[in-house]
Design a binder for this molecule. Structure first.
Ligand SMILES: [Zn+2]
Length: 153
């Protein structure tokens, strides 16, 4: 099947080449990616900036050239807050750590780590990996196999 930027011609029609249509990503794309638990997707700009946050333009250079990239889901904790009073979705998970993770590919993503009652249990710099599950949000767990050279500062 041809993409929308390619037009099938039959019998020597006009020989026109149309420019490719930029892929427009929707919030629904991200929800599906999280929901199927198979992939963590991000966007990369030609300037090199990677973001795990949905958007139409690069937040660094403003270019509308974002291309989809696969993220490993590995990174390190750069911020956290222990939640003892959860929202309804997390009522069975408290206490847990709400975390901001800087991914190895670049970009930051918010998520949570189960079973954390004390901030000292997850020091800033802790290596974590995405843990796909049926639970809400983007769940992380401590990475038992930290990336080579990925030791925290
Ligand atoms: Zn950019």
């Amino acid at each position: 099947m041809l993409g929308p930027h390619l037009r099938e011609t039959v019998g020597g029609g006009a020989n026109t080449i149309e420019p490719p249509v930029p892929t427009v990503h929707s919030i629904a794309d991200y929800q599906r990616a999280y929901a199927d638990g198979q992939r963590l997707r991000g966007l990369r700009s030609a300037c090199g900036f990677v973001t795990a946050t949905w958007g139409l333009v690069c937040p660094r250079c403003g270019a509308a050239d974002l291309a989809e990239v696969e993220l490993s889901g590995r990174g390190r904790v750069v911020a956290l807050s222990v939640q003892h009073v959860p929202s309804d979705e997390f009522v069975n998970e408290a206490p847990y750590a709400y975390v901001v993770v800087e991914l190895d590919e670049g970009g930051r993503i918010s998520g949570w780590i189960a079973g954390v009652a004390d901030e000292a249990a997850v020091p800033i710099g802790t290596r974590v990996r995405w843990s796909p599950s049926y639970k809400p949000g983007v769940q992380f767990e401590r990475d038992p196999d930290p990336a080579p050279g990925g030791s925290p500062p």
